[in-house]
Ligand binder design. Sequence first.
Ligand code: WT7
Length: 649
Amino acid sequence: MSTNNTLVIDENTVIHPSKEFSAKARVSSMEQYESMHKQSIEDPDTFWANEASDLKWQKKWDKVLDWKAPYAEWFQGAKLNVCENAVDRHVEAGRGNKAAIIWEGEPGDKRTVTYQQLQHEVCRMANVLIAKGVKSEDRVLIYMPMVPEATIAMLACARLGAVHSIVFGGFSSESIKDRLEDSKAVAVITSDGSWRRAGVVPLKDNMDEALQNNDTVKSVIVLKRCENQINMTEGRDFWWHEETAKVTATHKPEGFSSEHPLFILYTSGSTGKPKGILHTSGGYMVGTYTTCKYIFDMKEDDVYWCTADVGWITGHSYITYGPLFAGVTQVMYEGGPNFPDWGRFWSIIEEYGVTIFYTAPTAIRAFIKAGDEFVDKYDLSSLRLLGTVGEPINPAAWEWYYNKIGGGRCPIVDTWWQTETGAAMISPLPGCTPIKPGTATRPFFGVDAAILDEDGKECEVDQPGRLVIRKPWPSMLRSVYGDKQRYEDTYWSDYDGIYTAGDGARKDKDGNIYIIGRLDDVLNVSGHRLGTAEIESALVAHNSVAEAAVVGKPHEIKGQAVVCFVTLKTGITETDELKVELRNHVGKVIGAIAKPDAIHFAPGLPKTRSGKIMRRLLKELVATGKVTGNITTLEDSTVIAAIQKSITG
Ligand code: WT7
C-alpha cells in the first residue's frame, strides 16, 4: 500500500483536491461551486430544470416548483416513470450489455445483472404484481436480503406506480406488523431467509408471524434464497421463480405525475411509533441523480459500491435509485463485513476494481479495531473517491480511511442527510471543496442550510444551534404517511416555513458545517436511528417492568450505545437473568439492532414535578458518572444517588 503517502491528520488538517482529480471533475473550483450554488438558491427553477433535462420525462413539466409551505410540488404537470429512468433509458441508449449490478452473496456466490437483464427481470416482477392485482398507489411491503431481487422488487413497484415500503431485514415481526398496519399494504415481497454470518435469518417465518390476523395483504411473493424450511400458505404465498416463469419479460412503463408517491420508509422519531416518511417521484429522482453526479462524481466507467442495506434510506437513494439513474455499474454485497473475516470488503474492492466506495464511520471504526493486516493483503489502488454517512466521523477514523483505504489520494465526501431529505444535503464536492475531518462542509445545490438559535436568529461563527433548511428542495419528504399533522408538527413548527432537521450544528469561520448530533430523543447507534420512546415502550410492555428510561452513551465503535434504566413492578426481584430476558424482549419487539447494551435497575427515575423523565440527567450520568447542575427541581432528588450506585454496581 502507499504508506509513503501517509499524512498525519488531526481535526485542523485541510486537504485540497488534487489537480488531477479537479481536472476531471464536474465542478473544479470553489468559485464555480459558489456561483452554481447561488443560482440554485436564487433561481431554483432554472437550476433544476437544467439538471432534470438529463433525465427522461414522458411529458415535460409546466412549472418547476410550486411551494405552499410546508407542501412542495416539484415538476408540476410532468409525467415520468422512475423505473424507466433507472433501467430502460440505459437500454435504449445502447448500454443494455453494461453491468448494472455485480453481486456477491455472503457464501461466495456471484452474479452479474446487466441493464438489459435488469429490464427483463423488473418487467417480469411488474407483470407478476399486476397478476396479483397490485395497482397504482397500492402499498407493497418488501422484506428482503441484499440480493438483486430486492432492487428488482423496488423497481417493479415503481414501474407500476405502486408504493414500496421496505422493512430492514434486521427488524422483528412486531415491527413488520406495525408497518403493515400503518401502510395497509396489499402485497408482500420477501424471501425464505437471509444469510448473516453463516447463519440464516428466518425472514419468511418472521413475516408469517407478522401476517397473523392481517386482512389487507392478499399475496406474498417469496424468493428462494437460503433453502431453509418454510411454510407456504395456499392461495396467499407464491414462489418468485414460479410466478416470474408464468409471465413475459416486457412491460410498457406508464408515465405518472411527478408527485406520484414512490415509497414510504419508516424512521424513528422522538415520540411514539416510527413515522412513515413519504417520498414522491420526480423531485426524488432529480435529487438523487444530481447528488450522484456532483457529489459522487459518477462517470461512465465507475464501479461504485455503497455498503448500506436497501432497508435504509441510503440503500434507497444510493443503491437502488441514484446510481441506476446515473447508469453506473455497482457492486452489491449480501452479508456481514467480517465474514469470513474482516478482509471481506477489501477483497471485494480488489476483485471488482471498485472506484467509488461509500460506507459509515461505525464500520470504519470496527475495521480499525480489527487490525490493518486485513487491509494490507489487498490492492485498493482502483479507488478514487470515498464517502461516509450516518454520523459525524471522528478524526482518527477519518485519518485511517483517508490514508489506509484511500492511499492518501482519494477525497472523502462526508455526506450529511436524513431519511426525510431523500438525498445528500451537506457534503464536499470532490473536485473543489477543501476537506477536513469531521465536517460535512458545504450545502449542496439548492440547499439553503442555516444554523439558528431558539429565536430564529442565525448563530455566530462556532456557536452551536439548530440545523435548518430554509427553502424546499426536490427530494424532500412530502408528508408523514397518513398523518399531515405529524409532518407539520415535527418538521415545520419551530420556525415559520423552515424545515428543522433535529440536529445540532455549528459553522466555522470558513463556512464548514459541523454536525453535533441529534437534539431530540433519538439515538444514533451504528448510524441507525432509534427512538428512546420506542425502546422504552418495548420495555414497559414486559410484565415485570413498571417504568423505563433509555439514553445513549458514547461508544467507541457504535457511536452511541443503548443504556436503559428500569424500575420493576413491586414484588419482582432484580436478577441478571431478568436483564438478559429484557434485552431479548427488546430485540423481539423491535429488532436485534435495538437490543440494549446495558440495563440498570433503578428504584425510581429522575422526574420533574410534572412527571417528565429527565433523560438529560441520565445521559450525563452514564457519560461522566456524575450529574452537574441543579437537581432540586426533581420530584425526588434522592433517586440520582441510587441510580449512580446502580451504574457503578
Ligand atoms: C441522522 C439521519 C442519511 C442516511 C443515514 C442516516 C445523522 C447522517 C451524517 C453525517 C453527522 C449524520 C444525523 C441525521 N447523520 N449523516 N454525515 N454527519 N451526522 O439516515 O436514519 O434518517 O438518520 O443521521 O443525526 O439527522 P437517518
